[in-house]
Write a protein that binds this ligand. Structure first.
Ligand SMILES: [Zn+2]
Ligand SMILES: [Zn+2]
Length: 52
């Protein structure tokens, strides 16, 4: 069964359905967890915060 969990990226608040990350962008940020999330998903607090 598919249990929903949070994206493995610390600043990302998206839900993951498969794998560890919600997007390839988050997977690429694995080495740089301090920068803002770039997944671009609506509802991602980290992504919204980057829009200044
Ligand atoms: Zn995100
Ligand atoms: Zn993510």
């Amino acid at each position: 069964m598919a249990d929903s969990k949070k994206c493995a990226h610390p600043v990302c608040s998206c839900t993951v359905t498969s794998g560890k990350y919600c997007s390839v962008e988050c997977e690429a940020m694995e080495k740089t967890p301090d920068i803002a999330c770039k997944c671009g998903h609506a509802g991602c607090s980290a992504s919204a915060a980057a829009t200044a």
